[in-house]
Design a protein around this ligand. Structure first.
Ligand code: MN
Length: 244
C-alpha cells in the first residue's frame, strides 16, 4: 500500500489536505497481524460535497487509510446494501481533515468529519480478508457502532475489482433510522457542510445542497417543524414540560 496515487492527484501548495508522511523518511510497514497490544485502528467517514455528494469511508490499515467512496452513505438497515467504490489509500492524518478543497482541484468542495472512532477487524488477518473480498469488522464511532461488512461485488467493467458493498449486520445497533439525514452534523465540530464551507472560504451554497433540508429549517419557529438536532429536540421537550 502506498500513497503514490493519493499524492499524484493533488497539489499540496493549493489544497489544505495533508500530504502525509515524507516518502523519503517513512517506509510504510508491511502488514502485521493485529494483537491486543497494538493501538486502536482509526475509523472515519468524511461527508464530501464535491461534484457529487458522497461519504468517504476510511479504515486505518498498514499505515494508511483504506478508502471507499459511498455515494449514498451508510445505512443502519441490514437489508440495505450500499455501493462502496474503493479509491486510493489516504494518509492517516487525513482522518482529521475537515475544510474546503479549492474548486478546480481534485475533489474540490467541502469535507466534513461526519463520523469518527476506531474499528476492530473480526479476523486479524485483514490482508487476507481484503484479498478474499469480505472484510467483517466492528465500528466504535460516534454515530456508527456494531458489526458491519464490506463485500467485494462481482461486477463487470474496468473497476469491477474496486466495487464493494457496505452492509450493516443485524445487531442492537441496526435499525431503520436514516442516520445520514437525522445526524447531518460533523462529529468533531458539530457544523453542517454549509457552515464548514463558509468558514473555509468555500461555496456555501453548493455545500448546503449536501445538508438535509430539515437541518436548514429556521430555529426561530418555536414549536413549528421538526427539531434540528437531538439537543434542539431535548430543549423543545423541556420547554413543553415547563408550559404544562
Ligand atoms: Mn471524496
Amino acid at each position: 500500500m502506498t500513497l503514490k496515487r493519493y499524492r499524484e492527484k493533488r497539489h499540496f501548495e493549493v489544497t489544505p489536505e495533508p500530504s502525509g508522511p515524507d516518502p523519503a523518511s517513512t517506509r510504510l510497514s508491511k502488514s502485521t497481524p493485529v494483537t491486543k497490544k497494538q493501538p486502536a485502528l482509526k475509523y472515519v467517514i468524511q461527508k464530501h460535497r464535491a461534484s457529487h455528494l458522497h461519504y468517504d469511508f476510511r479504515l486505518e490499515w498498514n499505515g494508511v487509510l483504506l478508502s471507499w467512496a459511498v455515494p449514498k452513505g451508510p445505512s443502519l438497515d441490514p437489508a440495505v446494501k450500499r455501493l462502496a467504490m474503493q479509491v486510493e489509500d489516504h494518509p492517516i492524518d487525513y482522518a482529521d481533515f475537515e475544510g474546503v478543497i479549492p474548486e478546480g482541484e481534485y475533489g474540490g468542495g467541502t469535507v466534513m468529519v461526519w463520523d469518527k472512532g476506531t474499528w476492530i477487524p473480526d479476523d486479524p488477518d485483514v490482508d487476507s480478508s481484503l484479498r478474499k473480498g469480505e472484510l467483517k469488522f466492528t465500528l466504535q464511532g460516534a454515530k456508527l457502532k456494531g458489526s458491519w461488512v464490506l463485500v467485494r461485488t462481482h461486477g463487470y467493467g474496468q473497476r469491477a475489482d474496486r466495487s464493494w458493498l457496505l452492509i450493516k449486520h443485524r445487531d442492537r445497533y441496526a435499525g431503520t433510522e436514516d442516520i445520514a439525514t437525522t445526524q447531518p452534523r460533523s462529529a468533531t465540530s458539530k457544523r453542517l457542510l454549509a457552515e464548514i464551507a463558509r468558514a473555509g472560504g468555500g461555496d456555501a451554497e453548493k455545500a448546503a445542497t449536501g445538508d438535509p433540508p430539515v437541518a436548514k429549517a429556521p430555529a426561530t419557529a418555536k414549536g413549528l417543524g421538526a427539531p434540528r438536532t437531538k439537543r434542539a429536540a431535548a430543549a423543545t421537550r423541556k420547554a413543553a414540560q415547563r408550559r404544562r
